[in-house]
Write a protein that binds this ligand. Structure first.
Ligand SMILES: [Zn+2]
Length: 279
């Protein structure tokens, strides 16, 4: 499932190619993904100029010059393709196709159809039902130590679960919560209401740095954020603890007190951490 840095790189790839372009053609190949597509989607897209992009949590917003924003969510298996018109055959499960006035083609591919596409009045983006309840954007200044302190006060859940709560901070998923807790030296099992204060002062920058580094890695490993097969945004990223059960722990090289990265299951999902340095 794409996480925030992947969504950010997909958005930057779309932005690099589509901003300022007119959408000459739009085709919707099914009436629904996770939810029904707006009935006037194709009509609103066709002939519109793309003016700007924005990411909010794991949603991409593509603004058009007709006052509408297209909301895109990649769901579990969604991918975006970007290629010159006519280079390849249509990909299976390509549900939405766009063509630009300068000869490029964008495809939204989603075999499992957990993704979503909607239209929002650009002036009312933040009141859309999928965006209205979201907490602060982790890379914005609005996500700060006092804000996290307030959000965690009185929370009896483990900090890992609290950080996955989209009302506490928007867009964090399993991988980057593990990585940020490792960087901050905080146990994923620690009760959330023990974080405010000194631990939050480590955690907030750890979250921001972890995400920034992953976004930078995507930008440097992909030319214009596009892979050679035309797929946008995904990249091999070296996580420090995620998916590394039993491997040497990068925080304690050669230390006998640490027997490597440990995996536990919290709320049905894997957590990877170092029991020695994460307290
Ligand atoms: Zn360790």
């Amino acid at each position: 499932m794409p996480e925030l840095p992947e969504v950010e790189t997909v958005m930057r790839g779309l932005q690099a190619r589509l901003e300022g372009r007119v959408l000459r053609r739009a085709v919707a190949r099914r009436p629904d993904l996770r939810w029904p597509l707006p009935p006037n989607l194709v009509e609103r897209l066709t002939g519109a100029r793309v003016t700007s992009f924005r990411r909010r949590a794991k949603y991409i917003l593509m603004r058009l010059d007709n006052g509408w924003s297209v909301l895109l969510h990649l769901g579990m298996s969604g991918r975006m393709l970007l290629e010159p018109i006519g280079r390849n055959e249509l990909t299976p499960h390509e549900h939405l196709e766009l063509e630009t006035d300068d000869g490029w083609r964008v495809g939204f591919v989603d075999p499992r159809r957990f993704g979503s596409i909607d239209l929002i009045d650009t002036a009312k983006e933040d009141s859309h039902r999928l965006l209205a309840g979201l907490g602060p954007e982790p890379l914005d200044d609005a996500f700060s130590v006092p804000v996290l302190d307030a959000a965690l006060k009185g929370k009896k859940t483990p900090i890992k679960a609290a950080l996955l709560d989209q009302k506490v901070v928007a867009g964090l998923g399993n991988i980057y919560v593990c990585e940020a807790l490792f960087r901050a030296g905080i146990s994923p099992q620690r009760q959330a209401d023990s974080i405010p204060g000194t631990r939050a002062k480590r955690l907030v920058p750890a979250i921001k740095e972890t995400l920034r580094e992953a976004i930078a890695a995507g930008g440097s490993s992909l030319r214009d954020y596009v892979q050679t097969n035309g797929e946008l945004g995904y990249f091999q990223h070296a996580w420090k603890v995620y998916g590394r059960e039993g491997e040497p722990c990068p925080a304690c090289p050669g230390l006998p007190a640490c027997d490597g990265v440990r995996r536990i299951v919290q709320s049905g999902r894997s957590t990877f951490y170092c029991p020695r340095t994460q307290r």
